[in-house]
Unconditional design. Sequence first.
Lengths: 213, 213
Amino acid sequence: MSSGCLNTVMRDTPSRLREAAERLLAERGAARISLRDITDAAGANVASVGYHFGSKDALLDEVVRSSLTEMYDQQRARLAQLPEDAGLEDLVRAWVLPTFATHAEQDEKQRRRSRILQDALNQPSPAVTAQLAEMAAPVQRQLLDRISRHVPHVPQEELWLRHTAVLAALGALGSDAFAGMLAAVPPDRLADQLVAWIVGGLTAEPAGPRQTA
Amino acid sequence: MSSGCLNTVMRDTPSRLREAAERLLAERGAARISLRDITDAAGANVASVGYHFGSKDALLDEVVRSSLTEMYDQQRARLAQLPEDAGLEDLVRAWVLPTFATHAEQDEKQRRRSRILQDALNQPSPAVTAQLAEMAAPVQRQLLDRISRHVPHVPQEELWLRHTAVLAALGALGSDAFAGMLAAVPPDRLADQLVAWIVGGLTAEPAGPRQTA
DNA sequence: ACTTGATTCAAACAACTGCTTTACTCAAGC
DNA sequence: GCTTGAGTAAAGCAGTTGTTTGAATCAAGT
């Protein structure tokens, strides 16, 4: 219960509130957090949230949005530093690593982020939805363009579905429901195994024109 | 706002409560439903939930559990009627179709079920978790065994990860966040395209023994 | 010393939460 | 007719929700 932080001594109230909200958001999800939970964890008064952020939802939105921008920044950066003729596997890696918590003990922060985004996806607020649409589009388009060069036999619409499905999988795998299952996989192998799986799915032969069930 | 149902005239209160709870559960998720919401939607009194089910949570649990058993029954039935030498694609189909809402307009009920299960996975109650573990294990094991015969080159642990990832994807694809994206895909093609993608992922070459990022 | 502006505080707010209690309705059994 | 018991209805329970209030605090400016 020591009050010391690792590298920063208890900053101002808004920062402490943001920090507490982020932690609780990752632990329980937005629906199970109360204003008192946040302020207690931050060692602040109930009124401080209204004073500094306007409302509880505004604070939560800010946290989610910052997680969102962080992830897309990483994705864009990784994508940008890949050579033009990068292989499919490298492209997938640039896509997956920022999205998915690697469960390596060091980046607790990324694990948090993964949980926060998964939660936000499930019950998105209008503000978050807007920001998501705005930021996701350009990065995903570039990613899809470069991927599609490696799988010319897959029609665009079908590739897009696979892309969406992988997004869904990566998000859900970060949630509590699968955290236990994934714990069995050696953390350092997890990313590689996922990449192999994703590459296999992307390169799969497309569905026949009209296959009956 | 007509009070008529399609094939059943407003049954007894417990049935109406179950129906209302199921609908709300699919629409908003458990965290955003209040006792009053349910009783208002069912045209019943607040006390009726306590009287017939004991508590709000007991009612919600009953709905979730019935969704759960429904899905596993379908999965088991489809799996049982497959010949012993069934192809990988047929196995995947028996797995996917009961799990994933097909978005065909006729089975509104299955779409609901998909949403309910996705929500239950995210914030599972102890009762639901127990039932899930009990029912999921045998079916999934049988499924994995039969699948693994078709992909002998994939190590068991890695196949298991892929299985989990597909589960995660199927669950998440049923949620609101992806409902809009999936609407663009022709509903009758969706299942086939998903099956093709899943088969590709399952048959993918496994990750190398120690690949650096 | 006095003012000012920004921040924090305890207290209270109305609205809502799940749940229980009490009174009432109404058909079946005697 | 009377009783019985399942079911419903309205009111109220204590507790929690997000938000607001008005006074207290405190460093900086004059």
